[in-house]
Design a protein around this ligand. Structure first.
Ligand code: GLN
Length: 259
């Protein structure tokens, strides 16, 4: 196990700081802590993601609770948050489709308390986690349960300034699904069980019903999907369609504006 991960587990299960671990290296751990630590180390050896073992992951400077019911928030998705922050008008309305842990919606509500933020998910278990994260940061978001636009409650037609989503976009046959953290994450949050673009197409097709004129649709997608997503948005009549890159300089999100 990498040293950093071992230290993270040790700190988590003992409550000791890094400095205390260094200065109390010879100290015996209480039986219970030792057992918990051994169990956690065994999970990690089996490949379980650190985020699920620790029950948390940092996103945009805040610590979010995560469980195997939700996708682990990724640093790339912070670009999506930045794109929304730069385009959401004062007192704007935004809907995060497929919110999972609520990382995007809760972050935006914290950064922009003036905004009205909606967040929905098809998974009731995910909504429980999103609610806990919203409560932890005293963020006001309206949660809806249901698949994509069928969520209840949901915003009214043509009421949104921004529609945002990090949908499942991995192709069903992609070998990455058999690797690393992805093996342990909810499958329906990663893949559409098809060509990787079906959820994206559904969102693009129905987004115009919910956006105001001049409202923005912004979607995260795979590094090789930029062209297809731009084409779909343009075909749907979106203007100023553009793809932005992540820190690795890979195509990561595409946005377009309603006429
Ligand atoms: N970015 C994630 C990954 O490739 C996938 C997230 C998603 O499908 N929305 O690991």
């Amino acid at each position: 196990m990498p040293r950093l991960e071992a230290r993270m587990l040790l700190q988590h299960f003992t409550g000791l700081t890094h400095a205390q671990i260094l200065t109390h290296g010879q100290q015996r751990l209480p039986e219970k802590q030792w057992a918990a630590l051994q169990q956690a180390a065994a999970k990690r050896q089996r490949g379980e993601p650190m985020a699920y073992i620790l029950g948390e992951r940092e996103f945009y400077g805040r610590r979010f609770e995560v469980t195997p019911d939700v996708l682990i928030p990724r640093p790339e998705t912070e670009h999506l948050v930045d794109a929304a922050l730069s385009r959401l008008p004062p007192n704007g309305a935004l809907w995060d489709l497929g919110t999972g842990s609520g990382a995007i919606a809760v972050t935006l509500a914290c950064e922009r308390p003036d905004a009205h933020i909606w967040a929905s998910d098809v998974s009731a278990n995910a909504l429980t986690i999103a609610k806990r994260n919203a409560d932890a940061f005293q963020a006001t978001i309206t949660l809806g349960w249901g698949s994509w636009f069928d969520a209840n409650p949901r915003p009214q037609a043509h009421s949104l300034d921004v529609l945002i989503s990090n949908p499942p976009y991995i192709e069903s046959q992609d070998h990455h699904l058999q690797q690393g953290d992805l093996r342990f994450e909810p499958r329906h949050a990663l893949t559409d069980f098809a060509d990787g673009l079906s959820a994206i197409r559904t969102i693009i097709a129905q987004a115009p019903c919910f956006l105001k004129s001049a409202g923005w649709l912004m979607l995260e997608h795979g590094f090789d999907q930029g062209r297809a997503v731009r084409a779909a948005m343009e075909q749907q009549g979106f203007q100023h369609v553009q793809t932005q890159q992540d820190w690795a300089n890979l195509d990561r999100l595409t946005l377009g504006q309603m006429a």
